[in-house]
Design a protein around this ligand. Structure first.
Ligand code: HEC
Ligand code: HEC
Length: 401
């Protein structure tokens, strides 16, 4: 710093001091006004704008993508350049050095000029930091994957329908298709155990939805009820367990008003009407068979989740479903007879193993097989005989049950 400049500076300083702006109270007063304005702004924002709500925290939700607040994104992004074993370099060392440099900046660059053109070192260091922070933040925003839309529980009707599917897959093999309980058959480790009904009014009146949720989430492992929550080694998301509980509540609890579209009946058949896979057989199978006849279950490799599977899979695929033949294995076992091999050993027991399904449904299977297993409702309608006194089958609009 040369002498001339120094004396000029001191002159200026003395003049300013002479003029007399005091820190207290002049400057403090201005500060107070600005702080108070900011304070009002924050209160206003909090009261009238608020922040966007995210869905409730869910420890089971593996799809959630956690990200820090935007003003920390650059630190978060910087971490991606550091391998996991030396994480501390990214979390502590580099930010530490950067902050230290900023603290030391006034000492490194003692240049007295205020004009930015004359302060190359200071300005370029600060710019580097700002560009780094902005660049990393932008990169973090751009590379963040789209948050998967969380399925906010749909209408009760949708929940009940989803819940029924889940119930038949996960619960029916032990608790039976309608929660009626009874003797367990064909389930490893619980063979012959008698389960009490879970569909009774007793059960429904004494268990809240929350209790039911917890029983399914955590299981009752000392009694043989497995846990279903993802957090406890099961396979169901929270929303799925909620759907199962909704199904139980709206189907079994006499007090619960079921929304009309949620009544999931298996449509009845008129005289001479041929059932289709699409409308009738798939519904019965879903309710009474699919809990066992799906992959990874003991079932002689016989899967019943699609039309194709039903006709073509199984150790005895050629004998399970045969058009026009009431001696095929589905019909015989539905009538609670066993199939024996040539040595007289039982190879297939009655189906479903626990108890006979309604005669009405067995009749459905029989009519379906006799008609040659039509898949779609249209195919079945074409095969149906017109009811007496009707001109054409489609003229009869059977009211929904
Ligand atoms: C492997 C067999 C098995 C499966 C599968 C199973 N449970 Fe259970 N569950 C049990 C046993 C055993 C008990 C305890 C004995 C009892 O209460 O009769 C039980 C108890 C329960 C109870 C408590 C009854 C009470 O109030 O004390 C509920 C509710 C229940 N299960 C619901 C379900 C639901 C919903 C599913 C499907 C997500 C399911 N269970 C799947 C075996 C099973
Ligand atoms: C609790 C589990 C369970 C349910 C529910 C069940 N099955 Fe089975 N099913 C089995 C098992 C296990 C076998 C293997 C043979 C045996 O052990 O009896 C089998 C075998 C069969 C077979 C012979 C498949 C082959 O290729 O050998 C047919 C047909 C069959 N089931 C039809 C049905 C039908 C139809 C329903 C529904 C109305 C049904 N099952 C429900 C457990 C079940």
């Amino acid at each position: 710093m040369n002498e001339e400049f120094k004396s000029k500076y001191h002159e200026k300083y003395a003049a300013a001091k002479q003029k007399g702006v005091k820190f207290w109270p002049d400057i403090i007063y201005k500060d107070l006004i600005v702080s108070f304005a900011l304070f009002l702004l924050l209160i206003g924002l909090a009261a009238f704008v608020g922040i966007a709500q995210e869905p409730k925290a869910d420890p089971n939700d593996a799809n959630y993508i956690p990200r820090p607040e935007w003003y920390f994104l650059f630190l978060f992004e910087a971490l991606k350049f550091v391998p996991g074993q030396i994480e501390w370099v990214g979390t502590a060392l580099i930010p530490g050095i950067a902050i230290l440099v900023l603290i030391l900046l006034p000492f490194i660059d003692k240049n007295p000029y205020r004009n930015w053109k004359k302060r190359k070192v200071g300005v370029s260091m600060m710019s580097l930091v700002v560009v780094g922070i902005v660049g990393l933040t932008v990169r973090a925003v751009v590379t963040t994957p789209e948050q998967e839309e969380v399925s906010l529980a749909g209408s009760i009707a949708e929940q009940v329908i989803q819940g029924q599917d889940l119930y038949s897959i996960y619960c029916a093999e032990c608790h039976q298709p309608d929660g009626e309980g009874g003797e367990v058959a064909g389930v490893e480790g619980l063979e012959g155990v008698i389960l009490k009904p879970i569909n009774s009014q007793d059960e429904m009146w004494t268990r809240t939805d929350e209790t039911l949720f917890n029983i399914v989430d955590l299981g009752q492992q000392d009694l043989g009820m497995p846990p279903y929550g993802l957090g406890y080694g099961g396979e169901l998301q929270r929303s799925e367990i909620e759907a199962v509980v909704a199904f139980m509540r709206y189907t079994w609890d006499e007090r619960a008003e079921i929304p009309e579209e949620a009544i999931i009946g298996i449509p009845g058949l008129a005289e001479g009407e041929v059932p289709s896979y699409e409308v009738h057989i798939s519904a019965v199978a879903k309710r009474y068979c699919v809990s066992c006849h799906r992959p990874d279950k003991e079932n002689n490799e016989y899967l019943m989740q699609t039309y194709e599977e039903m006709l073509t899979t199984g150790d005895n695929a050629d004998k399970n479903v045969v058009a026009g033949d009431l001696e095929n294995y589905i019909i015989v076992t539905l009538h609670r007879e066993s199939i024996f091999d040539t040595n007289g050993d039982e190879i297939i027991g009655p189906m479903p193993p626990s108890k006979e399904i309604k005669a009405e449904y067995i009749d459905m299977f029989e009519r379906w097989v006799l008609a040659g297993m039509p898949e779609t409702a249209d195919e079945a309608a074409a095969l149906s005989e017109p009811a007496a006194g009707e001109a054409a089958p489609e003229a009869e609009a059977t009211p929904e049950p």
